[in-house]
Design a protein around this ligand. Sequence first.
Ligand code: NOJ
Length: 679
Amino acid sequence: MHVRIYKFALWAGLSAIAAGCTAPGPLQVSSPNGELTVVLTLQEGTPHYRIELSGRPLLAPSRLGFSFKNAAALRENLEIAASSSSSFDETWEQPWGEVRHIRNHYNQLRVELKETQQPGRRLDIVFRAFDDGVGFRYEIPEQENLNDFEIMDEHTEFALTGAHRSWWIPAYGIERYEYLYRETPADQIEVVHTPLTMETKDGIFLSIHEAALADYAAMTLKNTGGNVLEADLVPWLDGSKVKGSSPLKTPWRTIQVARKPGDLITSYLILNLNEPNRLADVSWIEPGKYVGIWWGMHLGVYSWASGEKHGATTARTKKYIDFAAENGFAGVLVEGWNEGWDGDWMVNGHKFKFSTPYPDYDIEELSRYAAEKGVRLIGHHETSFGIDNYESQLDEAFAFAQRLGINRIKTGYVGNRVKPKQWQHGQYMVRHYRKVVEKAAEYGIMLNVHEPIKDTGIRRTYPNMMTREGGRGMEYSAWSGDGGNPPDHTVLLPFTRMLSGPFDFTPGIFDLLFEEAKPDNRVNSTLAKQLAYYVVIYSPMQMAADLIENYSGQPAFQFIRDVPCDWEETLVLHAQIGDFVTFARKDRNGPDWYIGSITDENARSLEAELAFLDAGTRYLAEIYADGPHGDWQGNPYDIEIRRELVDSSSKLTLRLAAGGGQAIRLRPATEQEIAELSK
Ligand code: NOJ
């Protein structure tokens, strides 16, 4: 697969509007459709920006600037030295993704600020106004009086126009990003992670996040009083936020804006603000579904550690390889294959060896066997936050994997503070995560990162950064003391966590109650909802997470066999945050469409219009619906599988049980099927 870039118009209309002179009044830039406007003003030397939507305030004047260690702050006594504006419009192609073509269309305003007093330091702010939101970042130009520095605070504000309805997870928690989303008015937000999703009283949907986070601290948002949120950068151990030198570009601060919640989902602003692909050849990067020796450990049926219950044995792995080959899975993940798991692995990060298999795991033979069957082993590198230990083995570990034909690796960072107690989201770890992505690319390895840094769209620049966790995944239903993920969790994810990018949520649990292994836990959904997740929760590495024996004799498994994980197009048919969502996605490599629809704990019926289908083609809808008696609590397994002929003028009624869902494959019908079903 090669990335082809279509450029319709490049840097059209570059024009300086105030080059080389002092402030002529407010500077502003509007989105291509004219609806969104960002205005920059200086209030007594302090830069502020505000955003308007159709002439009405969307963000009130919000301050900008920095404070430094051992240097005066750069947030007052500023004047406008110059400004320039430009436009950009290109459509680029993703090597893989939820959609093939993405239009990157914006108007830009660059404002060059300068201190009015000595030492006359300079700071640029670049705003991009898109139809679906605004991005801006700071650029600290190379200059004598601001060379090496430590940022103590980035004073970027987001002054909301009211106490918007907000969906958020707390920052600085021990479980990193793995929290259930809370809904409160914005004035009850304390310190939260991004993406932060909000709805204004006027029914406008906002998501504040960041794009292109590199060699900088992650931004969390803290409430500084009322409805003003301020960037709160995750610190180093010594309290400084960012150690840098000029020239420096910060990540983009992003505000996505939509009139319908589904339009937040199909906004690709975050990707557009990332640098284009830096990898020359991406032909080796392939989305794919996988199975693995994994859920058994979470259920306590197998162990990661060596011994009687050891999951990663040669014999069991061969069974998984056979199963993958028979059912069209690209890979087999095997956890607990390497030395280091014995004892309390969560705190023994220094013990892991990434090229030393346990003796009962014959990795050479398994790689040979997998290759013979056309399947790949997926490597696993749990670090338990032993960052030095991992970095010292990176080259050796990736070379080892490469030699064995392992081209996908799942990494893991269980723990929340790195020795010596650096935060997981600070600049120290942002650097580490990036280093691993770059190193993996050198060795032709695709990554699935668990306990990751949040996604800010770097998959555009490094398309080997496939998927990640960074949210409460399925595993919580296996062991969490709080009862696991409630039915509304996955109708919140598409509007929150998923706005940042792909999620290795690990759907496809068929034995929902696992009464023998874990009588006190269960998965809180119906079976049909598990299928719908393959369409709703986008991931280019998508797992069929259950023990493979639980798929045997299950007609519903056919949907998991069929569903792809690389899409040409993505549509959101229904969307209500925390209540329900329906996606329609088109297979990137064929004519089929797939629908996934899920609901919270309430049963409901939704009408899906199939106008997106090719006109004039008759499709066979293979429908996997909750059965008439289905409901997540009392009857989660009730599923009805049926076939219907449809076309682009059809409407399907999606009947979703409480805690349920529906999955549909739509493929062009054969003549014979048309004849048969028209009877
Ligand atoms: C947590 C990860 O999310 C999970 O997938 C993995 O099995 C364990 N860590 C062990 O690495």
